[in-house]
Design a protein around this ligand. Structure first.
Ligand SMILES: [Zn+2]
Length: 81
């Protein structure tokens, strides 16, 4: 009788471990990998005021990016700290 209970306990433990590891492998990587990389790749800093904004929303002038057309016309700030 003791042996049967022990066997059931061991089987339960193995089943729990299997279920957990399977779940962890599947659910782990996708949410971690994609969002941070996409966010950091798309960010640019305004050459005039230094504010960070998504690359798609920035105003581009040559190699420089600005947060708005007004700052593009003002040009890159020089001599600031
Ligand atoms: Zn700006």
């Amino acid at each position: 009788m003791k042996f049967v209970i022990l066997l059931i306990a061991v089987l339960l433990l193995l089943w729990m471990l299997f279920g957990r590891s399977r779940r962890g492998d599947r659910a782990g990587p996708p949410p971690r990998g994609t969002p941070p990389a996409a966010q950091t790749e798309g960010m640019v800093a305004c050459a005039h005021c230094g504010v960070h904004l998504p690359r798609s929303e920035a105003v581009h002038a040559g190699a420089l990016s600005y947060c708005s057309p007004a700052h593009r016309e003002a040009g890159p700030r020089s001599g600031g700290p």
